[in-house]
Design a protein around this ligand. Structure first.
Ligand SMILES: Nc1ncnc2c1ncn2[C@@H]1O[C@H](COP(=O)(O)OP(=O)(O)OP(=O)(O)O)[C@@H](O)[C@H]1O
Ligand SMILES: [Mg+2]
Length: 247
């Protein structure tokens, strides 16, 4: 079942049309990787899915369905809650670890202290941070290591029980060990959540994703099971890209 359906969208910033007549479905659960050269529209696609596009000065025509309902028919705050986003550079709030994780739940109306404690604990466990930070929850989150900060940002997105996690190159600022940590965590999370990850790291897409979409110049060139796309791509441009001819 597709949790998100993108039907013939075109996305522009002013006169600059970035995604052209773009359609794709995103399956519930599992990991979908988005690959393609710099500037092809990957980040634009992600921001279209949680309605951040407008805030970045963009707009779209066509239709995006979330759980079979037009995404524009949901209150924006609901979409932001149900479709979380994590960026390339870790962006913890400059407040304590604990408050990073209670910020959104409090915003959405949870006041009960025990419930909040439970959310903090559960999201730290899910992101593998619990043992590392349990004694230091009042520490400033910006003092964590880069990899820990990124896991905290993923934990923060999980505090409001989203359905979908959009990750825009979440590992590109991290070393191999932290990247491996995050990949392992994403594989675990993908049993419960739908994960869409933009990555320049083709081995990463191969390692962790179930489906891969290759975008070139604002158009979806090929979208298939990861195994198939990387071993026997149907389009010559996909073959060239994964062989490193461009991008
Ligand atoms: N906020 C914005 N305002 C105007 N133009 C933008 C904006 N964001 C992106 N663009 C333009 O849209 C096009 C696609 O950009 P986008 O960031 O989606 O590419 P990308 O595939 O994510 O690239 P990268 O791999 O470098 O992150 C580029 O030409 C870019 O200049
Ligand atoms: Mg980008």
């Amino acid at each position: 079942m597709d949790i998100i359906k993108i039907n013939n969208i075109s996305v522009s910033y002013g006169d600059n049309k970035v995604l052209k007549d773009f359609s794709m479905g995103i399956k519930k659960n599992g990991i979908t990787a988005i690959i393609g050269p710099s500037g092809c529209g990957k980040s634009t696609l992600l921001t279209s899915l949680n309605l951040m596009l407008e805030e970045n000065g963009g707009s779209f025509t066509g239709e995006i369905l979330f759980k079979d309902k037009n995404i524009l028919s949901y209150p924006k705050n609901d979409i932001r809650r149900m479709i979380g986003m994590v960026f390339q550079k870790p962006t913890p709030f400059p407040i304590s670890i604990y408050k990073n994780l209670t910020y959104a739940p409090v915003f959405y109306g949870i006041k009960d202290k025990e419930k909040l404690n439970e959310i903090v604990k559960n999201t730290l466990i899910k992101t593998g941070l619990y043992d590392e930070v349990r004694g230091n929850l009042n520490m400033l989150a910006t003092k964590l290591s880069g990899g820990q900060q990124q896991r905290l940002c993923i934990a923060r997105a999980l505090t409001v029980e989203p359905d979908v996690l959009l990750l825009d190159e979440p590992c590109s600022a991290l070393d191999i060990k932290n990247t491996a940590n995050i990949e392992e965590m994403l594989l675990e999370l993908s049993k419960e959540y739908t994960i869409v990850i933009v990555t320049h790291n083709l081995s990463q897409a191969k390692r962790i994703s179930d489906y891969t979409a290759f975008i070139l110049d604002g158009q979806l060139v090929e979208y298939d099971e990861t195994e198939k796309l990387f071993t026997s791509p149907s389009d010559i441009r996909t073959k060239q890209y994964i062989e490193g001819v461009y991008g």
